[in-house]
Design a binder for this molecule. Structure first.
Ligand SMILES: [Zn+2]
Length: 105
């Protein structure tokens, strides 16, 4: 089922998140791979808070980490406290019951 950009009317492929003609975020389109907010066990640097946010919202994890570090410096550690709150508050990804290693991402 094709759908169309609500702004410019261009036909969009299924699963598109942005209009390729005008760049508008397509409302109602589900993210391609949304997952619940969980700290992953693989690919983390400290506690996996940045990786959890990046995976959950479809952002680039390197960009999230850079923004976190820079904003931590410029807010006097306020973002660092938020990071700690995320460490405590965001649940950790459950162990893979299949025992496969490396764990699937
Ligand atoms: Zn458009």
């Amino acid at each position: 089922m094709a759908f169309y950009c609500h702004r410019c009317g261009s036909a969009l492929p299924t699963g598109a998140r942005f209009c390729s003609s005008c760049g508008t975020v397509v409302a109602g389109a589900a993210p391609a791979q949304s997952r619940p907010l969980m700290r992953p066990r693989a690919g983390r640097q400290i506690a996996g808070v940045c990786a959890a946010l990046a995976q959950s919202y479809g952002w680039d994890v390197a960009l999230v980490r850079i923004i976190t570090v820079v904003s931590c410096l410029f807010t006097g550690g306020l973002v660092g406290i938020a990071y700690l709150a995320g460490w405590v508050g965001i649940p950790e990804e459950p162990l893979d019951a299949s025992g496969a290693y490396p764990p699937r991402i």
